[in-house]
Design a binder for this molecule. Structure first.
Ligand code: MG
Length: 328
């Protein structure tokens, strides 16, 4: 495979037949039939080698993650994914690398029935840009601005795992490490193969008052919700769901907490739910098998505050909102 037929090959191998793709790859532009009566949700994210993923990351993982981070944004809006476009910049064309990249991308595209409808390849430093398109009924889109005082704050999964995975990966410098309990493998997988919460995002339609995906760290991303909604949030540190793998590799409780609150790359959803809808939330989510944890409450005021010792967190990245007392 050379880089110039990569997009065509990818489109063929995704083999996601969709009635709303009138004309896919192969002409000057794709022709798509947007769903009637729904809003088109569009998101785009770029991953740069050495910035968004470590140099030496497997091509399969890069292909997966480039799509995953975008599907995560659609999930946070309650949108159902439909189409994607891909722009790939490569230093050189290695067919083994390209085949591996394609495998990762296609595996996730198939899982969520996403059709690749266009793209481009160029020469340069390794950079992957994906744009995704999805649909959400007009009044059911979930934004960052709907949180109200008294709403419960939830997070899916176990935040902090990806940050711990990154720390382990960087510390190893590519050497194989002993990993008898599989914790290292589990955490690195959470970094490299995040599972976008697409099903959860759909289940949150008509339930969540606001949502965001956790890409830059729980505190920072929740800060976007409090800012967007003009409210504050109180997070109960003791309620944070820490995975067994995370607690096993942390030096101490403070480091665990730091990963969970400020670590990025988890691609979980953080969202708010009015108390009267919490039972509905439990019913909707039960069949999905996604772990949800109530970690706090929306309060009057500004910014996100965490119960406990702020000093240990101040040193880490992504703590801006944590530090912020009411901002002017
Ligand atoms: Mg996002």
């Amino acid at each position: 495979m050379d880089e110039f037929d990569l997009i065509q090959r990818l489109a063929r191998t995704t083999a996601v037949p969709r009635a709303d793709v009138v004309l896919g790859i192969g002409d000057d532009a794709a022709l798509l039939a947007p769903a009637r009566g729904k809003l088109l949700a569009v998101a785009m994210d770029t991953l740069v080698e050495g910035v968004h993923f470590p140099v030496g990351t497997a091509a399969d993982a890069i292909g997966w993650k480039a799509l995953a981070v975008n599907l995560s944004d659609l999930a946070a809006m309650g949108a159902e994914p439909a189409w994607a476009t891909l722009a790939l910049t490569l230093p050189r064309a290695e067919s083994a690398w390209l085949a591996s990249f394609a495998r990762g991308f296609v595996r996730l595209a198939r899982r969520h029935r996403v059709a690749l409808v266009g793209g481009d390849t160029t020469r340069g430093p390794l950079t992957v840009t994906v744009q995704v398109h999805g649909f959400v009924p007009k009044r059911e889109a979930i934004t960052r601005s709907g949180a109200r005082v008294g709403d419960a704050v939830y997070v899916s999964g176990t935040p902090g795992d990806a940050a711990a995975g990154l720390a382990l990966r960087m510390a190893a410098h590519g050497r194989r490490q002993r990993d008898p309990a599989g914790n290292r493998e589990r955490l690195v997988a959470r970094l490299e193969y995040p599972a976008p919460r697409v099903g959860l995002g759909l289940a949150l339609r008509g339930v969540a008052s606001a949502a965001v995906d956790v890409s830059d760290g729980l505190l920072q991303d929740l800060g976007h919700v409090t800012e967007g909604s003009g409210v504050g949030a109180h997070i109960d540190a003791a309620a944070l769901p820490l995975s067994r793998a995370l607690t096993a590799v942390c030096d101490d409780a403070a480091q665990c907490l730091r990963h969970a609150l400020t670590g990025g790359d988890d691609y979980e959803l953080a969202f708010t739910v009015p108390p009267r809808r919490e039972r509905l939330l439990a019913q909707r989510v039960a069949p999905l098998g996604v772990r949800l944890t109530r970690i706090g409450e929306i309060v009057a005021g500004r910014g996100v505050r965490v119960d406990g010792a702020p000093a240990v967190l101040a040193a880490a990245g992504g703590w801006r909102h944590f530090r912020s007392e009411p901002r002017g």
